[in-house]
Write a protein that binds this ligand. Structure first.
Ligand SMILES: Nc1ncnc2c1ncn2[C@@H]1O[C@H](COP(=O)(O)OP(=O)(O)O)[C@@H](O)[C@H]1O
Ligand SMILES: [Mg+2]
Length: 214
């Protein structure tokens, strides 16, 4: 069974962004999506991750059609199986980094792993208020929060956009180790072709089509 199977997705806002986009994601697999700004990458990720309904087409996650799923089941799927790392998924600002992780710990019933904090190099700043952290530190706390949930599918939209090259590479390695260890998978959006090519497959959103380039 594929973890994700999207078939013939089309979507428009003021104009058509893409049509007939199909994509499959298997366990332990990572897929990168590249494309110029405004090509519809974030919109596609929203369709794949239950946040937006497509104009047409179908999306199955863990073998189930998400478009016909009841709201309660959909919210359980989001909570238990999906890990969303989006710019718009803000941390709770009044809390410390660690308190943000504790929310994930309680909701998912999974412990916060000290090793994860060390790998992300946030163990020294995790007790500080989110508002006191740099953009890059906040990004790494967001990643720690999502991985603490132990998601089966990670959807990440420019998750390393605020990090330097070396740290971004280390975070990518962490994602790959995670998906192998937990038999999970990842769909990653990035404008960085080097990071994209670290993934098993690379697709480009161009001229309203999703084209496989690796
Ligand atoms: N909720 C929305 N309502 C109207 N237009 C939108 C909405 N979200 C995105 N768009 C438009 O769709 C286009 C593609 O956006 P987006 O998917 O964010 O592209 P990318 O992530 O590739 O930069 C942009 O022109 C954007 O303005
Ligand atoms: Mg975007």
């Amino acid at each position: 069974m594929n973890l994700l199977s999207a078939t013939n997705l089309s979507h428009s806002f003021d104009y058509e962004l893409f049509n007939n986009v199909s994509l499959e994601l298997n366990r332990k697999e990572s897929i990168a999506i590249i494309g110029i700004s405004g090509s519809g990458k974030s919109t596609l990720l929203h369709l794949l991750s239950t946040l937006l309904k497509p104009d047409s087409g179908t999306v199955e996650l863990l073998g189930e059609d998400i478009l016909s799923m009841k709201p309660k089941k959909l919210s359980l799927l989001r909570r238990n199986e999906l890990g969303l790392i989006f710019q718009s998924h803000y941390l709770f600002k009044g809390f410390s980094g660690y308190e943000n992780l504790e929310v994930a710990e309680i909701l998912a019933g999974e412990p916060i792993e000290e090793e994860l904090l060390e790998r992300l190099e946030i163990e020294h700043c995790i007790r500080q208020k989110v508002t006191e952290l740099s953009g890059g530190q906040q990004q790494r706390v967001s990643i720690a929060r999502v991985l603490t949930k132990k998601p089966t599918i990670i959807f990440a939209d420019e998750p390393t956009g605020n990090l330097d090259k070396v740290t971004a590479g280390e975070v990518m390695e962490l994602f790959f180790e995670y998906i192998h260890k937990h038999k999970a998978a990842m769909v990653l959006i990035t404008h960085d072709e080097t990071l994209a090519h670290m993934c098993d497959k690379v697709y480009k959103l161009e001229n309203k089509e999703l084209i496989r380039v690796k």
